[in-house]
Design a protein around this ligand. Structure first.
Ligand SMILES: Nc1nc2c(ncn2[C@@H]2O[C@H](COP(=O)(O)OP(=O)(O)OP(=O)(O)O)[C@@H](O)[C@H]2O)c(=O)[nH]1
Ligand SMILES: [Mg+2]
Length: 366
């Protein structure tokens, strides 16, 4: 009988320790088994990088989309635009989709969830995408899980519920949170980690009284998220651990700020412009003049300006992009996976970020 890992969904095998699903031996009597990768992740917090390819991902998702069920599309509130992407939503256009924005705990508490939902609605309409409902939650803190469950019960119509979305948005964490909230189980069942690509295959967890299930799926790895362009050693610093405390800098023309050695924002035109920074507390933000900034970066990258480490910094390449912020409304400039700055008035901003990382402008979320 083929057995699957309860943590990541990989088919278990006892032959190759370097491939997915490796387990030294299969105990047929045990109801749930975990592969060596998940065992190490859960016990020692370390994860060998074994990833699914994009083709494997497309095949798994295509097979699941043949089945009947409610789709819960999960996005990361801290990287909305980087996780609400055509490569995913185009697959879901003729399905009933419940959109869930996770990681609410990272945004300042002063921001009202109803305001965030309105903002999401405008982003969704812009993509000509239709959703049955929008929820904001935190799987980490358990915020608004009851509301979410009510909507799931209402929409699923006696069918299974599929959790889909980009890697790292918190699909597996949300399923674990729902299981702990609505069943007697007290432990996390599915493996989760800050490294994109933790879940390798679909994982079916019987959940409803009618025997229908919650189904976790692997995440699409976004190559243009900063995590794809930096070594895992820095993930811990880049991913915020709790509510982000915004810091505002007043900039004159010719001033700039460094975001570690990963990105910089320079004010080319505009005066007395405020840049409000939303980044993890462990990312250094440093303000200075644009004059001599290249030499400054070369000297301090990976030391005063971290992450990344000095070792990684010396091999980094950057790309530049210029954004015009209008005088009419506040706008955010986002670096996918890293965070964003909010610009309060008319300005021309030069953004330099690690090569292949998406940088874009949007209406301010806060
Ligand atoms: N702050 C915060 N972090 C969260 C939340 N939910 C998940 N995370 C973190 O986000 C990271 C990814 O979580 P996972 O549940 O593994 O994400 P996933 O979508 O299943 O990822 P893949 O399996 O790689 O597709 C982990 O470090 C989680 O601890 C949340 O509500 N708030
Ligand atoms: Mg997962």
């Amino acid at each position: 009988m083929i057995r699957y890992c309860q943590g990541c969904g990989a088919e278990l095998q006892t032959i190759d320790p370097n491939k997915k699903g490796f387990i030294p031996s299969i105990d047929e009597k045990k109801e749930s088994l975990y592969c060596k990768r998940c065992f190490r992740l859960n016990n020692y917090n370390e994860m060998p990088k074994i990833l699914s390819t994009n083709e494997e991902y497309d095949k798994i998702i295509a097979d699941l989309l043949e089945k009947k069920g409610l789709i819960v599309l999960i996005v990361d509130l801290f990287d909305f635009t980087g996780t609400f992407i055509p490569r995913i939503i185009d697959k879901l256009r003729n399905k009933t989709v419940l959109l869930v924005a996770n990681k609410l705990d990272l945004l300042p508490k002063s921001v009202k969830p109803s305001h965030i939902v309105e903002w999401i609605e405008s982003m969704v309409n812009r993509m000509f995408f239709r959703v049955a409902a929008i929820h904001v939650v935190s799987s980490k803190k358990g915020y608004y899980l009851d509301d979410l469950m009510n909507t799931i019960d209402f929409l699923r119509q006696d069918q299974d519920v599929y959790f889909m979305g980009c890697a790292n948005v918190g699909k597996s964490s949300l399923i674990n949170a729902l299981i702990k909230r609505f069943t007697p189980k007290e432990d996390d069942i599915i493996s989760t980690s800050p490294i994109p690509g933790t879940t390798l295959n679909s994982i079916k967890i019987p959940f409803f009284l009618d025997n229908k299930a919650l189904i976790d799926t692997p995440g699409l790895i976004n190559e243009n998220n900063i995590l794809s362009n930096i070594l895992p050693a820095s993930y811990d610093k880049i991913l915020p651990k709790g509510e982000i405390k915004p810091i505002t800098y007043q900039l004159q023309k010719g001033n700039m700020i460094f975001i570690g050695a990963m990105a910089s924002f320079s004010l080319l035109e505009g005066d007395g412009v405020s840049f409000t920074c939303y980044f993890a507390a462990d990312v250094t933000v440093h303000r200075r003049k644009m004059d001599g900034s290249d030499e400054f970066l070369q000297k301090h990258g990976g030391e005063l300006l971290t992450p990344p480490t000095r070792e990684e910094f010396v091999n980094l390449e950057y790309e530049e992009k210029v954004f015009e912020v209008s005088s009419k409304k506040k706008e955010d400039i986002v670096i996918s996976g890293l965070g964003f700055i909010s610009v309060n008035k008319k300005a021309k901003v030069l953004v330099k970020a690690i090569k292949n990382t998406d940088v874009f402008k949007r209406g301010a979320i806060i």
